[in-house]
Design a protein around this ligand. Structure first.
Ligand SMILES: [Zn+2]
Length: 760
């Protein structure tokens, strides 16, 4: 057998300012649990780390609004969210792998843990001493109290009118209405969100910035090393960041609620470590804390057990690092966090922007894959914690079997494009697929077998067991097994579950053809021919028992509760989660039996009833605004008469009307200059047929010289929201083709046509 691998599964840290909703579950929390269960079944050593992200302004804002302490908010939601994840069957407990501590375990920690704070402060100092921070002055709004004192206002504490769309409640750095980002000083009629009448002014404030720019080259090399394994969305987002050129990023801010700076001096009073800088280190601190807490006594490496999952060993295979998160979080995990890790690996070295800082032996390992998900939408709109447009996980689990949700979100996982949660679809998939195909098959096998039971205590199918007369079923299942394995290795969970469902389907067909129900009782005129037919038919039913066992093993990562129930119903001992993946194809196992007719694994759902409950909950929630969101379930109904054609894997269909909204026009490049603040951008002037023309920032510097671009006839997006890129206003976008291998070509026009012509 191959040496088991060390696999570190890192899960994005949920923010502890509200309950988790189904969008979080589909995007971040279910996929890593499926993957962990799969890796364990392969025999690998898996350590699972995450926890509540408990610092930062969203928490202080929630606390101030509710008139409680930030600590009360995080204590409440840490508990609720952890319990909800456990109720969903996510393997956060036990903390030690059931196979033993050498096989790893799991820890769902919190960033308020003093040990987390200590490690973060150590890392902060190490990076600071190594010269990887620089100090800069920022301009920040300051709220002045009547007594002359006051406080700095982080961006979420400032509200004003959006300079772009005039939305009245725009935040300090970004407008939630139109998405524009801006400097706080550009906001119109700014005021303190908590004390709208307080006097405010802009003041200078000193902060540390992490020198991300030092890691540009190393990150480019590192991402190339992994390029072929990464999903399209991960590559696109990472490339986008790297192409813009990396700049130092603030690691401190003016806020009390967070980790204190490990520095002497009054000038650092009232400042803390920026939440992004510490929360992202949670993957590392959590592994160390797990080690301190659980491995010290029992692991051969004691307190240093974490290194098995984190450091590149002198000999043998490197650990494998997988990060699970939503698409909005990608650059933090493919750019910022690996840069911090490389920084921590090199605090004793003198590094420069030309250094290749990819980890060597003894260094902390970088991410191998970041299988980020797209979004799960709710009845066509985005889930939103702040706008309370959501189906909350705790409330959902009060009403439904967790495996129904796990099944639905797996078969509907937003792997390559956004998918939608709606009640009719949920009910249909659970009733027709999970129950109709899977549940029915295993239940049929067991009830038919029970009718043969003559009370002998052993499985009545045993005497009909005869693999030699099986047709193509064994080959087909073997092939599906290897396909499912390959899909899981590529993080294609939907495809993998589809494969398991195909096995159930195959079992149903087999029974349908074999008609075992005709052979359960012997007719008085039974002859040799009848006995031969019976033996063949019941051999298939006996094989149905074996297929059910295979299904229990293969569906365990997806629907662990029902898989275990099925395992028990089959009379098999122990935990199905501890059975090896390859053993799903073991056809020689003794056929066990409980002697009882099992209850069905699932209960059918009633759409009418669910919609009625939804209506009542929606009414309750509109009559009481203070309602605790953990107990309310709100959802939407799919619009009636809407015909949805499901797009093939990897393709997102666009509504034709949406496409028509994009205005493409022809133009000619009249002038190209280097962008003053961005290494990879040009500032391109375009004759677009208007007298004033327009300016567009384009990331084409690595691919074109200025001379090559000037005079070219091009196609551009004319109605893109103008936005500032590093201080230069960009009014559109040039169209270019990119083959993903560093080959980028502008789209040009075939022949003469006047500038400003519409492209259709
Ligand atoms: Zn706006």
């Amino acid at each position: 057998m191959e040496e088991p691998e060390y696999v570190l599964i890192c899960v994005a840290w949920p923010y502890a300012n509200g309950p988790l909703h189904l969008g979080h579950v589909a995007g971040c929390y279910l996929p890593p649990d499926i993957h962990l269960r799969f890796e364990r079944a392969l025999g690998n050593r898996v350590l699972l780390v995450s926890g509540s992200d408990e610092h930062g302004t969203p928490i202080t804002v929630t606390a101030e609004q509710q008139g409680v302490k930030p600590q009360d908010i995080v204590d409440k939601y840490h508990k609720i969210n952890k319990q909800a994840l456990l109720n969903l069957g996510c393997a956060w407990e036990p903390n030690i792998d059931p196979r033993g501590i050498e096989y790893g375990g799991a820890l769902f920690n919190r960033t308020s843990d003093p040990r987390h704070k200590r490690y973060v402060q150590e890392n902060f100092l190490a990076l600071h001493k190594a010269g990887m921070f620089e100090k800069k002055t920022m301009h920040q709004y300051y709220e002045i109290r009547k007594d002359g004192g006051g406080r700095f206002l982080p961006d979420r504490y400032i509200e004003g009118t959006c300079p772009n769309c005039e939305y009245k409640s725009a935040r300090g750095d970004q407008c939630d209405e139109c998405g524009t980002t801006y400097e706080a000083s550009e906001l119109l009629s700014p005021h303190s969100k908590m004390n709208p009448n307080a006097e405010i002014e802009i003041r200078d404030t000193e902060h540390f910035f992490f020198r991300l720019d030092l890691f540009q080259k190393s990150l480019e090399l590192h991402s190339k090393d992994n390029w072929d394994d990464w999903k399209t969305n991960v590559k696109a987002m990472t490339k986008n960041w790297l192409d813009m050129g990396l700049r130092p990023r603030a690691v401190t801010r003016d806020l009390d609620w967070g980790i204190k700076l490990p520095l002497e001096g009054d000038e650092w009073d009232g400042k803390c470590v920026y939440v992004w800088f510490e929360a992202v280190q949670g993957y590392y601190t959590c592994a160390r804390i797990w080690s301190e807490e659980f491995a010290e006594q029992s692991h051969p490496d004691g307190n240093a057990a974490w290194e098995k999952w984190w450091k590149n060993p002198e000999s043998g295979t490197q650990p494998r690092h997988l990060y699970f998160l939503g698409k909005d979080n990608i650059p933090f995990h493919t750019v910022i966090w690996p840069a911090l890790i490389m920084g921590l690996n090199n605090t004793d070295n003198n590094i420069s922007a030309d250094s290749d800082l990819r980890p060597g032996i003894g260094d902390l390992h970088l991410e191998d894959n970041v299988p980020a998900m797209e979004f799960l939408m709710l009845a066509g709109g985005q889930f939103s914690k702040s706008r309370k447009h959501a189906v909350w996980l705790p409330a959902f689990l009060d009403r439904f079997q967790p495996d129904t949700l796990r099944y639905y979100l797996s078969i509907n996982m937003p792997e390559n494009h956004d998918t939608d949660f709606n009640w009719p679809d949920f009910v249909e998939k659970v009733n027709n697929e999970l129950i109709g195909t899977y549940g029915n098959f295993v239940h049929r096998v067991m009830t038919l077998a029970a009718r043969l039971d003559e009370g002998a205590g052993e499985n009545p199918l045993t005497k009909y067991n005869d693999l030699s007369i099986m047709g193509t079923e064994i080959d087909k299942i073997t092939e599906l097994h290897s396909k499912i394995t390959a899909s899981l290795q590529k993080h294609r969970y939907k495809e993998a579950l589809r494969g398991a469902m195909n096995i159930a389907q195959l079992g149903n067909q087999m029974l349908q053809e074999a008609t075992p129900w005709k052979f359960l009782t012997e007719p008085e005129d039974a002859n040799d021919e009848w006995y031969t037919s019976r033996d063949i038919s019941l051999a298939k039913l006996a094989f149905g028992w074996r297929i059910s066992r295979t299904l229990a093993i293969l569906t365990q990562p997806f629907i662990p509760f029902s898989a275990q129930q099925l395992w028990d119903n089959l009379g098999l001992a122990g935990e199905v989660s501890q059975v090896s993946w390859g053993d799903a194809l073991n056809w020689d196992i003794a056929m066990t039996w409980t002697g009882e007719v099992p209850k069905p694994l699932f209960t059918k759902l009633d759409l009418e009833e669910i919609l009625e409950q939804e209506k009542q909950l929606a009414e309750q929630s509109t009559t009481s605004d203070s309602q605790d969101p953990t107990h309310g379930v709100k959802g939407g109904k799919k619009k009636e008469n809407e015909i949805m054609i499901e797009a093939p894997e990897g393709i997102t269909y666009l509504e034709f009307d949406t496409f028509l909204k994009v205005e493409l026009r022809t133009g000619r490049i009249t002038n190209v200059e280097e962008h003053p603040n961005a290494d990879k951008l040009y500032v391109v002037s375009i004759d677009d047929g208007t007298t004033e023309g327009r300016t567009v920032c384009a990331g084409l510097k690595p691919y074109y010289s200025i001379e090559e671009m000037e005079g070219k006839a091009i196609v551009f997006v004319a109605n893109l929201q103008p936005r500032k890129l590093r201080g230069v206003m960009s009014e559109g976008m040039l169209l270019a083709a990119d083959d993903g291998n560093d080959n980028v070509k502008l789209i040009s026009i075939d022949g003469e046509i006047s500038v400003g012509s519409l492209v259709r």
